[in-house]
Design a protein around this ligand. Structure first.
Ligand code: SF4
Ligand code: SF4
Length: 305
């Protein structure tokens, strides 16, 4: 029954080495309850499908315009422009665009389809101590789908990690805990108002969920994305370290340096990036923050994922 459960994803990435131990397959779920200013996967945020456009790849053949059944593509001075309000996400234009300039992201897939992809690389997981990571977006926005995938992986003895924002129903989080080998749990800001400003939501439930999870799960890695000018101050790092120190299930804290890798995706989605001027933190800053953390936390501290 669970293999027929469907969910919406926007990517399956093979041979990942940043989302848990060993070589991993990362399944990216669509939909996120947060709206972080630095998000490098803006296509993850909306629950529904979206069209992404690579204007630089377009060779101007006009095939998409002729094909679109809804008149959502218009020619303006020789360029094919997409009127997003008219687009019904049918995907017909993608089929005829041989330049690869048009993609509809967020397809619906079954558990069996995803498992097929995951199982292709079992040999790599076994050799490297890797497995599969469910990420997003927020995988717990589709709890039934996530639960079914975790159950299938457990049956096949595939190591699983869930990369979560922590904003989910506590019942859903605790239900999957016994089927998940590793949690990668993001903590962005400890100050509730700052958290709301930069992510759009309160951190109350996120912190409560981490407390509850750490009572029933002993393999949690807390990940702090270090965003210059947002959360890289001593006060935030120390209060995060102090909070995490009291949680027995957290074994490690990772400091993840901000990067701009996803910035071009905003243009492809006609969205605005909120931190255009922000630069990645210097190595010295990362080292200093790691030292600060060590002062208040006995957990293992690592820079990077
Ligand atoms: S996805 Fe469909 S409706 Fe949207 S632009 Fe392409 S062909 Fe037109
Ligand atoms: S089909 Fe692709 S390459 Fe041709 S005009 Fe449309 S977007 Fe450009």
């Amino acid at each position: 029954m669970t293999i027929l459960t469907t969910g919406r994803i926007f990517d399956i990435m093979k041979y990942s080495i940043h989302d848990g131990p060993g070589i991993r397959t990362t399944v990216f779920f669509k939909g996120c309850p947060l709206n972080c200013w630095w998000c490098h996967n803006p296509e993850s945020q909306a629950m529904g499908q979206e069209i992404m456009l690579w204007e630089d790849k377009c060779i101007g053949c006009g095939d998409c315009l002729k094909t679109c059944p809804y008149g959502a593509i218009v020619n303006v001075d020789g360029a094919q422009l997409t009127v997003r309000e008219n687009c019904r996400l049918c995907g017909e234009c993608k089929k005829v665009c041989h330049a690869g300039a048009r993609v509809v992201v967020g397809e619906k897939v079954t558990v069996v389809e995803v498992m097929k992809e995951i199982e292709k690389d079992i040999v790599f997981y076994e050799e490297s101590g890797g497995g599969v990571t469910f990420s997003g977006g927020e995988p717990l926005m589709q709890p039934g789908f996530l639960n079914a995938l975790l159950e299938n992986c457990r049956e096949k003895e595939i190591h699983t990690a869930v990369d979560t924002t922590g904003l989910a129903k506590s019942d859903d989080l605790l239900r999957i805990a016994s089927k998940t080998d590793l949690f990668l749990y993001d903590l962005k800001l400890m100050d509730p108002e700052e958290h709301r400003k930069y992510t759009g939501v309160s951190n109350k439930q996120i912190l409560a969920n981490l407390r509850a999870l750490s009572q029933s799960h002993g393999n949690i890695v807390v990940r702090i994305p270090v965003i210059p000018g947002v959360n890289d101050n001593r006060e935030n790092i120390l209060s995060t370290g102090e909070f995490v120190s009291g949680l027995s299930g957290v074994r490690e804290i990772n400091l993840l340096p901000y990067h701009k890798a996803g910035i071009h995706k905003y243009q492809r989605l006609a969205k605005t990036y909120s931190l255009p001027e922000t630069k990645p933190p210097a190595n010295e800053t990362m080292d200093e923050l790691a030292e600060e953390l060590k002062r208040v936390s006995y957990k293992m501290i690592k820079i990077g994922g």
